[in-house]
Structures are given as C-alpha cells and as structure tokens.
Write a new protein. Structure first.
Length: 240
C-alpha cells in the first residue's frame, strides 16, 4: 500500500501531505521516485526534507528541514486556494463509493454517543483546491462503507457535476490506494471501481472487504511487487 502510494507521486511537482500513511508514502516517494518533490504541510512548511517520519504537522523536523515557512493563513489563502498545489494526499476513517471522507465521528450504536475522530484539519480545503487527490487507507468493511456517518470532506459528492456545483476547482480523488488494491472513479459515474489488486489478493477478497457492491474494471491488473530497494528504504524511513 505505502509503496504503491509512493509510486503514484513519481511525476508530481508539489504535494500537500497529510500525517500518517500519506506522510510515509510522500517521504518514500521523495527518497526514491521523485527527489525533486516539494512536500507541503498545512502548518506552513514548504519543501520539507525530514530525515524521519514526522509525528505531526507541528513536528520541528519539518520546519528544520524546510525550504521556507509561511503562516497558516498564507498557506491556505495563497498556496492552496490559489491552485498552486498539484496533489493532495489524504487518509480517512470512512470512505464511501464516491470517495467522500469521514474523519469527524462514527456511530457507535443505539444508546451510545458517537465516537469522536481527529476531525477535518485541512482536508476539506485540500480536496477542494488541489489539482487532484490521492487517498490511502486500510481496506475493511468498517472503512469503506455504504453510507458515511458524517461527511467531513467532499470527494465526488453524489456523482458527476457535484464538485463543479460547489465551486471546487480540482479534479478531486483520482485514486484510492489500499492494502488490497487500487480503486479509481469511473469517468461516467464518479463511483469507485477496482482497477488493480496487489499480488496474492483476489477480486473476491476485495469485494468482501468493501461495504458496498464493488464494481470492477473490465480488466483488473496486478500491481508490481515491491522491489528490494523500495522495501529497504521504507524500513529505513520507519526505523529512523
């Protein structure tokens, strides 16, 4: 999952990075596939080159290794809303078939209060204004759900045209990379379709781990296995 997410950034110039899995993949991409990749974090960090994975957007390692630092209002108003970021990289607690994201709260059942999650952060703005969005998360029926308990971040809304109606400039989510495979939105319906599985994973296995009747591409490809170099660099990044 992390290696395929890193590969997806091979031709990217600027990436707005979320903490967690997106940060791991983006930093691996800068080490291996795209040394010139400019990593941007919502705390105001531009051009970070961390030697270890940051613990948060406020980790001093990001500021210490950055090309420059700007204020958070400038980051959002000028860089992000100005359309100056190519790719936004996000994760999710819940994701629906149109790549809408929930990171706010989950229903814990009758008589119990909702389970609180970290919240939106910069994700709604990232999804609205970046040129495109990549999403990475672990695949399970609890994560890929028929209906979100709360819509934190709009992906493709309820289908084609929703983003334009809301004035969102970017293309929105173009790929969802999980530990089972890769899903991409159908051009006609904007519904996520399984296009690739990782080695050793079956299409039926992915369907069973998805909370809606998952459609598949006419031909489902198999992703390239991780190389020895990719595995060594990933382990080194995580152990630093």
């Amino acid at each position: 999952m992390e290696i395929n997410a890193a590969r997806a950034l091979a031709g990217t110039r600027t990436c707005f990075v979320g903490i967690g899995l997106p940060s791991t993949a983006a930093n691996l991409a800068r080490r291996l596939h795209n040394p010139g990749l400019v990593l941007i974090y919502e705390s105001g960090v531009i051009g970070a080159r961390p030697t270890r994975l940051p613990l948060s957007i406020g980790d001093g390692e990001l500021a210490d290794t950055a090309d420059t630092l700007v204020s958070v209002p400038e980051m959002f108003a000028y860089w992000l809303q100005g359309g100056r970021v190519d790719v936004g990289f996000l994760s999710a607690a819940q994701l629906d078939r149109h790549a809408n994201i929930n990171t706010t709260e989950v229903d814990r059942g009758p008589g119990r209060p909702p389970g609180r999650l970290p919240g939106a952060g910069g994700a709604p703005e990232i999804a609205a204004h970046c040129g495109e969005v990549l999403i990475v998360l672990r695949h399970s029926p609890r994560a890929l759900v028929e209906h979100l308990d709360f819509v934190t971040t709009l992906g493709h809304g309820s289908g084609p045209g929703d983003r334009a109606r809301h004035g969102m400039r970017g293309r929105g989510p173009t790929a969802v990379i999980t530990d089972l495979g890769v899903l991409r939105p159908d051009p006609a319906t904007a519904e996520l379709v399984l296009t690739q599985v990782h080695p050793g994973v079956s299409v039926e296995q992915v369907r069973e781990a998805t909370g809606w009747p998952l459609r598949t591409a006419d031909r489902v490809e198999v992703t390239e296995p991780p190389t020895e170099t990719e595995l060594v660099e990933l382990n080194a990044l995580k152990s630093a």
